[in-house]
Design a protein around this ligand. Structure first.
Ligand SMILES: Nc1nc2c(c(=O)[nH]1)N[C@H]1C(S)=C(S)[C@@H](COP(=O)(O)OP(=O)(O)OC[C@H]3O[C@@H](n4cnc5c(=O)[nH]c(N)nc54)[C@H](O)[C@@H]3O)O[C@H]1N2
Ligand SMILES: Nc1nc2c(c(=O)[nH]1)N[C@H]1C(S)=C(S)[C@@H](COP(=O)(O)OP(=O)(O)OC[C@H]3O[C@@H](n4cnc5c(=O)[nH]c(N)nc54)[C@H](O)[C@@H]3O)O[C@H]1N2
Ligand code: SF4
Ligand SMILES: [Mo]
Length: 734
């Protein structure tokens, strides 16, 4: 008998013979899991495991973290700096000194010839906070370009903008522990089990202990939607309409917390006037959610003793991204659900250190959530860095999504990409390609030489990756955690921090501005600028962070002096009355009129194009594309199509189809599934030359974040299936 019990042999994992474990923090998503990486007696990196005593993950890891140690020696890693004078020529290896001298000379040439802002810097959410801070000091204090931003504009910009509009400052007010106290959770545009598996596991644990309603708003039947009590399959881009209708019901039925509103907010009358227009019947016709269901959700939410929202890219990546965030904040404020256990509006962040860049990179301002527009902030930072405050611009420069068009128009001539791969991750990549080709000088600083944007570079700087370096990340719940160096940078790769420091010497040979060499020293410097700021971390240091397995900000020097041990979990913002950052400490209720401005499906392009992620892959696959346990389960691009729609078009499961939008076309394998409704297709964005050839990427007016998830396409069955298969399989193999 094939499956008889006598045939069973226990599965044994090979003994990795780990001799030592080093504490670190996962470098993929913003959950912030604490990881230990194991080395054998020969010093080879052989294993990863979750840290039991860490509050975030309590010993667990998802399938990305479990194999993270395989990254260091993965194919495609850079090994030495590479230079070519002209695009199209082959790269030639150069020394670090020659590479950085050339880079400094080119930056000076471009700035001298075309003006300071003609050289732009686009960074990331994936390097260490100490590195962000140092890059900010170099860019703002020495190079002096105002066209400095990050890929976080593709990701968290709407959350930042919405928090600032409502509460007067950025910073997610809640924490994972809120799951244990809430009585109702609404998740907007988030596929938590796949994209933040360990946050999902925390939620699931809370639900197993104590049942409360889980409501998922998503046009696609994601795994999260399958687990929900109520799934609201919203018409793409209309979340604000649903939010207005929920507020309408709450106010019409007197379910609001009048005392909280009176004590802590401004703007209730204007909000009331706007939501009066959005009775459930009117709203249902726009957002596609049944009117009675809207009433049910409004009552569940408002009557719960504590209720919370979480959200991710389904909200942020929209022309109403910032408004969608304000909508959740409005709902939370109307019902007194801010700053209390289980009552919050918690943005689920994306990249491992998207929070660190918001707090410390100076991308949109100056470090410690300071603003270029504020003269006191400019003076404070100028004095601290020993830089003339007049050298700083008086308002922020271009957003990342405006930098590429400015290259097209010739306003920007040089670009430095630090840990981001726009030729795959930006919308409408035909235009990105043109703009990269137009640059007089492109530097790519990346851990992998085979990332696609490098094809357009004049200079490639091989960076160390993740735990080849040391420093901190801040996660979704404002928890600062430590990455310890596990292994030396591979070949001639250098830590991003060292690259920034070396470049600083070229712009400041006499050492007027201090650039500490060690990450822990940089952290000490940041602490001085952190004092009194919302993101105060002056009570922390690298050792204490490791000992506590991460500490949430704020944690001040005074708290430390008083001997307060940072709690394992549960630090919230806005717990005290009128503690918001707008005048009088009041939060703002903001009316949200709705304009339907997306590209809509029509006769020529009859499908909504939705895009997002898979559990196995991280972004543009520079890392997960090389790890067997990730890549082999989703090796090629596919397009989810509803079986009824496919039948009409004569497309069968696993045939290749051509997806066409007004921008371009892309070939992918048909995946017939009920996950998508009949008028929608979904394509994962991880693959080069795929969905972003099709996306339109209209920008949110407040945050400049692109609407990656709303565009229109048509589908065609490809006649030559063999050629299509070759295109999909061969072209995408690492
Ligand atoms: N495995 C894995 N995990 C990751 C990442 C990864 O690449 N791979 N990336 C990390 C990063 S940087 C980020 S930003 C996060 C992203 O995490 P998520 O935002 O959870 O992931 P996405 O798949 O981009 O989008 C989520 C959902 O938004 C829905 N959506 C589309 N349009 C709308 C709409 O109009 N309204 C609503 N309500 N929903 C809509 C989509 O159907 C999709 O299911 O994941 C992080 N974690
Ligand atoms: N259609 C569509 N497009 C999208 C999205 C979507 O949902 N749909 N989501 C958007 C979102 S939310 C995001 S966050 C972006 C992500 O877009 P990108 O940031 O462009 O994608 P990544 O592949 O994460 O690129 C990060 C790069 O950093 C490198 N790297 C990793 N660690 C280090 C390091 O320590 N140092 C250095 N120097 N390099 C390092 C990696 O090798 C990789 O090349 O994509 C956006 N694009
Ligand atoms: S959930 Fe995120 S932080 Fe945790 S192991 Fe997975 S990828 Fe890493
Ligand atoms: Mo992201």
């Amino acid at each position: 008998m094939l499956f008889g019990s006598h045939q069973r042999t226990p599965i044994r994992s090979a003994d990795k013979e780990v001799a030592s474990w080093t504490y670190t923090t996962c470098g993929y998503c913003s959950t912030g899991c604490a990881i230990e990486v194991g080395k054998n007696a020969q010093g080879q990196v052989v294993a990863s495991r979750g840290v039991g005593g860490a509050d975030v993950n309590r010993g667990k890891l998802c399938l990305k973290g479990m194999f993270e140690h395989e990254l260091f020696e993965a194919p495609g890693r850079g090994s030495e700096p590479l230079l070519r004078r002209h695009r199209g020529e082959a790269f030639a290896p150069v020394t670090w000194d020659a590479a950085l001298d050339h880079m400094a000379a080119e930056i000076r040439r471009i700035q001298g010839q075309y003006g300071r802002d003609a050289f732009a810097v686009v960074s990331t959410g994936q390097i260490l906070t100490e590195e962000f801070y140092t890059l900010g000091k170099l860019t703002r204090g020495l190079i002096g370009t105002n066209n400095y931003d990050g890929n976080t504009t593709l990701c968290m910009a709407s959350a930042v903008s919405g928090y600032k509009r409502s509460f007067g400052a950025d910073g997610p007010p809640g924490c994972y522990e809120d799951f244990e106290h809430t009585h109702c959770l609404i998740a907007w545009g988030s596929n938590l089990p796949e994209q933040h598996p360990i946050i999902y596991w925390r939620l699931k644990e809370a639900l197993e202990k104590r049942k409360f309603p889980l409501i998922v708003v998503d046009p696609r039947v994601t795994m999260f939607a399958q687990f929900a009590d109520l799934h609201l399959p919203i018409r793409p881009g209309t979340d604000v309409v649903l939010q207005n209708a929920l507020m309408h019901v709450i106010l019409a039925e007197g379910l609001e917390d009048a005392a909280y509103i009176a004590a802590n907010t401004t703007g209730i009358e204007a909000l009331r006037a706007e939501v009066a227009n959005w009775d459930p019947t009117t709203a249902a016709a726009v957002c596609g959610i049944d009117e009675d269901r809207i009433r049910t959700v409004a009552r569940l939410y408002a009557k719960a003793p504590a209720a919370m929202h979480i959200w991710t890219m389904g909200i942020n990546q929209s022309t109403h991204g910032s408004d969608g965030v304000v909508g959740m904040n409005n709902l939370a404020l109307l019902t007194g659900n801010v700053g209390k256990p289980g009552g919050t509006a918690l943005s689920i962040t994306g990249q491992c250190n998207a929070m660190g860049t918001r707090e410390w990179s100076s991308c949109s301002g100056l470090p410690g959530y300071r603003a270029l527009e504020n003269p006191e902030h400019r003076a404070e930072v100028g004095q601290f860095w020993n830089v003339d405050p007049e050298f700083f611009p008086k308002r922020r420069g271009l957003f990342q999504t405006d930098i590429f068009p400015a290259i097209e128009t010739g306003q920007i001539k040089g670009l430095w990409l630090v840990a981001t791969n726009p030729i795959t991750s930006m919308p409408n990549t035909a235009r990105i390609r043109k703009s990269l080709e137009q640059l007089e000088f492109l530097v790519v600083q990346d851990a992998y030489a085979d990332m696609e944007s490098n094809q357009y570079a004049h200079l490639y700087l091989p960076a160390a990756v993740w735990a080849e370096k040391e420093g901190t990340f801040t996660n979704t719940e404002r928890r600062v955690n430590l990455v310890r160096q596990v292994t030396r940078p591979r070949a001639a790769c250098k830590a991003d921090l060292d690259i920034f420091n070396e470049l600083a010497k070229r712009f400041d040979p006499e050492g007027r501005v201090r650039f500490p060499e060690r990450p822990a020293e940089v952290f000490e410097e940041m602490k001085q600028l952190a004092r009194g700021r919302p993101c105060d971390l002056s009570g922390m240091d690298h050792e204490l962070i490791e000992r506590q397995r991460g500490i949430q900000w704020p944690f001040t020097r005074e708290q430390r002096a008083r001997g307060e041990i940072p709690p394992a979990g549960g630090v919230r913002l806005y717990t005290a009355p009128r503690s918001f950052h707008h005048p009088e400490g009041r939060a703002r209720l903001i009316p949200l009129p709705f304009v339907d401005n997306n590209e809509q499906p029509d006769a020529q392009y009859p499908f909504w194009l939705n895009s997002g992620r898979l559990v196995e892959h991280f972004h543009t696959r520079t890392r997960t594309g090389k790890v067997g346990n990730n890549n082999k389960y989703s090796p090629i691009p596919f397009v989810e199509i509803n079986p009824d729609a496919a039948a009409e078009l004569g497309i069968r499961h696993q045939e290749y189809v051509r997806c066409v939008s007004r921008r371009g076309d892309a070939v992918a394998m048909a995946m017939l599934t009920q996950r998508v409704p009949r008028d929608m297709v979904f394509i994962p964005f991880h693959f080069f030359d795929c969905v972003n050839r099709l996306t339109l990427g209209l920008l949110d007016p407040h945050s400049r974040q692109p609407a990656f998830k709303q565009a229109a396409v048509r589908l065609e069955r490809v006649a030559d299936q063999r050629a299509a298969a070759r295109l999909c399989i061969e072209a995408r193999q690492y």
